[in-house]
Write a protein of this length. Structure first.
Length: 190
């Protein structure tokens, strides 16, 4: 099955799931695919907005409803929640708006907001604004990366079977390094 077919058939679904969980890499790839003509940039931005907003709202309500019990089962999150609360004390609104740009704290941040007692409506409004900025900015980074790749490689279609998996692998490597680093740090702390 050609890569273009898979991207055009399953790209939007993969994008929604990826950004729901935590997906700068998948959104950049979708932006590249939009530049290559395999996806629509407008739909990429709209789906990224919806998935990101839904994911953060899910984590917010998870924190609100099951927060303390959830933290007892995941001690690794407790340290991250404390870091978020330290920032939250000083930069409440900015933190809600910009939490998507904080790699490694993206899922924990809305969860911590849910634990904090902040108004659900206030969180939703600021979260929607943040999701809009994030989805437009990151999608355009991917789109522009696709433009640069096309200019540098002239016939990027001939290399896209290397570019998209390459970006995906780079994102996976960063995530694995981050995961292993946090795991090792958690073991070294008493």
């Amino acid at each position: 099955m050609p890569l273009e077919y898979m991207v055009s058939q399953y790209g939007y679904i993969a994008l929604f799931i990826g950004v729901f969980l935590e997906g700068e890499t998948i959104l950049i790839l979708a932006g590249i695919a939009a530049h290559l003509g395999d996806l629509s940039l407008t739909w990429v931005i709209l789906i990224a907005f919806a998935g990101s907003l839904a994911g953060d709202q899910f984590y917010f309500f998870l924190g609100r409803v099951k927060g303390k019990a959830f933290l007892r089962k995941r001690p690794g999150w407790e340290a991250k929640v404390k870091r978020v609360w330290a920032l939250f004390a000083h930069y409440r609104t900015l933190l809600i708006l910009g939490s998507r740009f904080m790699y490694g704290l993206r899922s924990v941040t809305p969860f911590a907001f849910g634990l904090s007692g902040i108004s659900g409506i206030r969180f939703f409004v600021l979260n929607a604004i943040g999701a809009t900025v994030w989805s437009v900015a990151v999608a355009f980074v991917g789109y522009l990366f696709g433009a640069v790749a096309r200019a540098v490689l002239v016939d990027v279609k001939g290399y896209e079977h290397w570019i998209i998996p390459g970006v995906l692998c780079a994102g996976a490597i960063v995530w694995i390094i981050y995961f292993l680093h946090n795991r090792a740090k958690g073991r070294s702390q008493p």
